[in-house]
Each structure stands twice: as structure tokens, then as C-alpha cells.
Design a protein around this ligand. Structure first.
Ligand code: NDP
Length: 293
């Protein structure tokens, strides 16, 4: 058996097209152009690439992008003052502060100062609480993207056994909440889990968000299961170069699973698509409109 390869790039592209259509309707019917402010402190090259691709995704979708590049020695007070200004700006519907922040700045304090209704990363405790209690919430983009991919493979996730490996606040925990909201039976595994391979073998849906290259082997996977690999790990490749691999041994998974995401080209592109989806959702909510379709 060879698993279906879940083409995250194509699914993200389709999603971005739908978001652009919905944004155009929002502008036509309500005169609202969703706006995303991205704040980058310092000049970390990886962060700069990520921020540029987010800004491009935003403008490609017909939304406004407000980029704020601050020097690495920016004080915490200056950053908090900028967030306050963005919280009050009616043209800004989403605020995203690129992590990591320099050491003189308390990241938790900064993230918690963002208006929860503009928190497109979904990291604010108010959004975590709204998600956990089934209220309309801005949810973290990577788990949001994972669930959209799973739903592309199955018309309903209801009653499925879902195993999430990893319990971070940005991936594992919100992913578990989203799957619970889809009526899955959810198990969250972590570094203290006993018999992890056995736990994984029970999964109809297996999500790996660990940060350990190719940890999930073929014999951990239930035949026919859907496997979503969140991991991004850089490892030595051929001819002295490096390459990216996931948390799942992709070759082994292909032989056992029903469907599997590649790395790169699986979850990664969905994360950026969900940033702009959350910006659209925040803009709709700010105007008292229902969730975009
Ligand atoms: P964290 O390091 O915050 O969390 C890792 C989790 O994995 C922890 O809960 C940890 O358990 C668990 N874990 C570690 N080792 C093991 C093990 N041997 N067995 C079982 N569980 C283990 O990572 P993140 O959640 O931030 O990210 C996870 C991965 O996803 C990374 O590779 C990251 O690069 C990638 N990522 C990809 C994104 C994308 O857009 N595709 C976005 C965000 C992250 P414990 O809690 O017990 O320590």
C-alpha cells in the first residue's frame, strides 16, 4: 500500500484563493479591508523570511499589511507602546509579533498585551480559554491548519481516535482542543507517555508535533491512518548540505498510512494561510459579522 500524499501547498493555495474572494466581498458589501500588522524586533534572517512571506500572503489576498521593523535594542516599553497603538487602530484587525523576541523583552507580557480580538496567532490566554469553552476564538494557526488538512481527507472526524504527540501551548494543546470540538476521542502524548508506539498505533488520526527528526516509525502507525507531521527539523543531508525532515519517518509512513503530509509542503504552507484566514475572521468579528464561509 502507498499512502496518499496530502498536498499542503495545493490545499493552502486553494484556501488562500477562497480567503481572497471572501475579503473582496467584505470590502464590497461592508467597506472593510482586513489589515494585519506584523511586528519584527531585530534582524533574525529566518524571521525576516517568514515575515516577508506573511506580508506577501496578506497583500495577495487583497488585505492591508502594516509592517513594523524595530531595532534589536528596542525597549519593552517602546514595544508595549506600539502594541497599544495597534490595538487602538481601526484599520488593524490582526496583530502578529514575530517570535523569538530579544532577551530584554518579556514575550509573555508582550503577547498578553495584544487585544485578544486582534490576536491572530491565538496565543492570548483569553483565546485559549474561548477555544477550551467552545466560544468563537482566534486559534493558533499551525493546529488550525492541521485540522483543515485532516478534514480534507475525511468528511467528518467525529468518533475518530486522534493521537497528538506534543503538548506545547502553540501546537499540541490547541490541536487537542480543536479535535475535541470535532468530536474526536483525543489522546495527548508527551515525553512521559508510556509505550508511545502502542498509543500511536490506536490512532485513526496521528499528529506529530515533537521536534525530533523521524521519530515516528512505520510500525507506530495503524494501517490506513491519516498522519499529519508538524515537525520541522534541519538535519545533515547529502554533499555537506542540510535538509528538512519531519517528526515522522516519511518513507516508512508512506508504506503503512492511508494518507500522510510531506515535510516540507505539508503543514507549513497551511500555517501562513491560516494567519490570513484569522485576519479575515478577526475583521468579520470586529464588524459583528458571522464567521466567513
Ligand atoms: P515544543 O518543544 O514546545 O514541544 C514539543 C513537545 O514534544 C513537548 O510536549 C514534549 O513533551 C514532546 N516530546 C519531546 N520529546 C518527546 C519524546 N521523545 N516522546 C514524546 N514526546 C516528546 O515544540 P512545538 O510544539 O513548538 O513544535 C513541535 C514541532 O513542530 C517542532 O519540530 C517545530 O519546529 C514544529 N513546528 C512547525 C510549525 C509549522 O508551521 N509547520 C509551527 C510550529 C512548530 P514534554 O511536554 O513532556 O516536554
Amino acid at each position: 500500500m502507498t499512502a496518499k500524499i496530502i498536498d499542503g501547498k495545493a490545499i493552502a493555495q486553494e484556501l488562500r484563493g477562497n480567503i481572497a474572494k471572501a475579503a473582496a466581498e467584505l470590502a464590497k458589501d461592508h467597506g472593510i479591508v482586513p489589515g494585519l500588522a506584523v511586528v519584527l524586533v531585530g534582524a533574525d534572517p529566518a524571521s525576516e523570511v517568514y515575515v516577508r512571506s506573511k506580508s506577501k500572503a496578506v497583500t495577495d489576498a487583497g488585505m492591508k499589511s502594516f509592517d513594523h521593523k524595530l531595532p534589536a535594542d528596542t525597549s519593552q516599553d517602546d514595544l508595549l507602546a506600539l502594541i497599544k497603538q495597534l490595538n487602538e487602530d481601526k484599520n488593524v484587525h490582526g496583530i502578529l509579533v514575530q517570535l523569538p523576541l530579544p532577551s530584554q523583552i518579556d514575550s509573555t507580557l508582550v503577547l498578553n498585551s495584544i487585544d485578544p480580538n486582534k490576536d491572530v496567532d491565538g496565543f492570548h490566554p483569553v483565546n485559549a480559554g474561548r477555544l477550551a469553552t467552545g466560544q468563537r476564538a482566534l486559534v493558533p494557526c499551525t493546529p488550525f491548519g492541521c485540522v483543515i488538512l485532516a478534514k480534507k481527507m475525511h468528511s467528518s472526524l467525529s468518533g475518530m481516535n486522534a493521537v497528538v504527540i506534543g503538548r506545547s501551548n502553540i501546537v499540541g494543546k490547541p490541536l487537542a482542543q480543536l479535535l475535541l470540538a470535532e468530536n474526536c476521542t483525543v489522546t495527548v502524548a508527551h515525553s512521559k507517555t508510556k509505550d508511545l508506539p502502542g498509543v500511536c498505533r490506536e490512532a485513526d488520526l496521528l499528529f506529530a508535533a515533537v521536534g525530533r527528526p523521524e521519530m515516528v516509525k512505520g510500525d507506530w502507525i495503524k494501517p490506513g491512518a491519516t498522519v499529519i507531521d508538524v515537525g520541522i527539523n534541519r538535519v545533515p543531508g547529502e554533499a555537506g548540505k542540510t535538509k528538512l525532515v519531519g517528526d515522522v519517518d516519511y518513507k516508512e509512513a508512506l508504506a503503512v498510512a492511508g494518507a500522510v503530509t510531506p515535510v516540507p509542503g505539508g503543514v507549513g504552507p497551511m500555517t501562513i494561510a491560516c494567519v490570513i484566514l484569522n485576519t479575515l475572521r478577526a475583521a468579520c468579528a470586529s464588524a459583528g459579522l458571522p464567521e466567513p464561509k
